[in-house]
Write a protein that binds this ligand. Structure first.
Ligand code: SF4
Length: 230
């Protein structure tokens, strides 16, 4: 960051630099993160609502804070990008069996939704991503993104996944120097996973002018089937 002012910190006590160094140590940051997570678990009774042990509840909240911190750090860079893609986990399809009419593309290891159900998160996300000019990939795992990057050059990525998969994806994206915004699942597992579609909508449209107005009208793009309501 460049400053629009000059400054001189030489008259400050040297202790402040020691404190900054202390705060910046990885362990101290981890300790602070753990304290913040513990406070949130207490405040919102996370363990009681989820039925999870307190330590697992704290781990989940720590991971969610980490995802948000990473998003904040990469947001400015992400907003500069033009060619973008959205990655979704295949476990958030409404059906995981033959009732799902999605087709699988072996070249990119991803599903293409064929819009059998208006209440399927993949269908809804496909509509939103088409409106916002994102390519969409519905993937069995984060490692599949390598295949996509061999075929396409994306400048920015929005990814939905459990926090473990987000961490793996983030390592791959950092290797390719692609800024990203992660959206963690709010219900994980092997099927019927969930994420917040409002959060996805806001993330996809975060650098559009009047994006809040646009969010109110979700019109179906003309190339999508007209017999499936959104
Ligand atoms: S709406 Fe699409 S992804 Fe969802 S179950 Fe139907 S075909 Fe599969």
């Amino acid at each position: 960051m460049s400053y629009a002012f000059t400054f001189d910190l030489t008259k400050l006590s040297q202790l402040i630099f020691k404190d900054i160094a202390k705060i910046s140590e990885k362990d101290r940051l981890n300790e602070k993160l753990a304290n913040m997570a513990r406070n949130l678990v207490d405040k919102f009774n996370v363990d009681k609502h989820t039925g999870l042990p307190i330590n697992d509840s704290i781990t989940i909240i720590e991971d969610l804070i980490s995802v948000n911190m990473k998003n904040s750090l990469q947001k400015d860079q992400f907003l500069q990008t033009k060619k973008r893609a959205l990655f979704l986990p295949h476990c958030c399809r409404k059906y995981m069996d033959s009732r799902c009419r999605a087709t699988f593309d072996t070249a990119t290891s991803s599903y293409t939704c064929n819009h059998c159900s208006s209440d399927c998160l993949v269908h809804q996300s496909t509509v939103l991503s088409a409106q916002r000019n994102y390519d969409i990939y519905v993937l069995p795992g984060a490692s599949c993104v390598r295949k996509i990057f061999q075929k396409h050059h994306y400048e920015g990525i929005v990814g939905v996944a459990c926090t473990d998969e987000l961490k793996l994806a983030s390592t791959i994206l950092e290797h390719h120097k692609i800024p990203a915004q992660g959206i963690p699942l709010i219900k994980n597992g092997c099927s019927e996973t969930r994420f917040n579609i409002e959060t996805l909508d806001q993330t996809l449209s975060c650098n559009e002018k009047n994006s809040s107005d646009q969010r109110l009208i979700i019109a179906k793009p003309s190339h999508l089937p007209q017999d499936v309501p959104i």
